[in-house]
Ligand binder design. Structure first.
Ligand code: FES
Length: 264
């Protein structure tokens, strides 16, 4: 078996040597966004959603055992997962092992601590982005949301538009924060964002054709704040997409990312 393929429960992240220098790697495993850290000689794997409001915790400033979330500056002890500076649930962690020099995480071991007191955050299931991603978003405000309402959310990609699928609930890992109910201006801004994303998609198609990368680009999406363009593709993931994303980013002044579409 290729050691980089997933086993039943153990997902292979990368050879140890690839991560040990930087000490940190963010990665996706299916729908999950995870991160692994080399900390005091041990490996620590966490869900890359801050328990406070779902921010991309692992991209934050990291100093010794302390990681600081880039969204609201909550700090957590990576070793124990406990919050250091804010009322919040602990980080959600996974078991890690090294097998034949490959770092692996047990996806079934993802531990979400829902046992603590109600944190006052209302959780709402939202579909967001052209790719139709679905996740829980939180708010501490009484927005009186109903099913089908359009909302502006802060996701790991930036600020974008979403549609409420289900309201209610105080438990579950958050993908991000609901900022407000979408206004007509937000919806118009999203339309123009999508037009700009289509231009980047066209550029990406031309660039991939030149470099003979064999994936099929199917859709592009730009966040409402205009900072990130996400290009969805079908086909095998390939490292060749990384340099193309960097080049497109330099040409367009945006953060361009390729995201594989997973077919059931
Ligand atoms: S501090 Fe991380 S989402 Fe608020």
């Amino acid at each position: 078996m290729n050691p980089l393929e997933s086993t039943l429960n153990w997902y292979s992240v990368a050879p140890v040597g690839e991560i040990i220098d930087s000490g940190r790697r963010l990665f996706s495993a299916g729908e999950l966004r995870l991160a692994i850290f080399h900390l005091e000689g041990k490996w620590v794997a966490i869900d890359n959603h801050c328990p406070h409001r779902g921010g991309p915790i692992a991209a934050g400033e990291w100093n010794g055992r302390c990681i600081t979330c880039p969204w609201h500056a909550a700090q957590y002890d990576l070793a124990s997962g406990q919050p250091l500076s804010i009322e919040s649930r602990p980080l959600s962690k996974l078991d890690v092992r090294v097998a034949d020099g490959i770092l692996q995480v047990d996806l079934d071991s993802l531990r979400v601590d829902d046992s603590s007191e109600d944190d006052g955050i209302q959780r709402t299931v939202v579909r967001y982005g052209q790719g139709g991603e679905v996740g829980r978003f939180g708010t501490i405000h009484d927005l009186n949301l109903t099913r089908g309402a359009q909302v502006v959310v802060q996701s790991h990609r930036g600020i974008e538009l979403g549609v409420v699928l289900q309201t209610g609930g105080t438990a579950g890992t958050l993908r991000g924060e609901i900022l407000r109910i979408a206004t007509n201006e937000d919806c118009a801004a999203m339309e123009s964002s999508r037009a700009k994303a289509a231009e980047v998609l066209e550029l990406a198609n031309q660039r991939l054709e030149q470099s003979e990368v064999r994936v099929q680009l199917v859709e592009a999406d730009q966040t409402l704040d205009g900072g990130t363009v996400l290009i969805y593709y079908l086909g095998e993931a390939t490292e060749q997409l990384g340099p193309v994303a960097v080049e497109l980013g330099e040409t367009t002044g945006k953060n361009v990312r390729f995201q594989k579409l997973i077919l059931e």
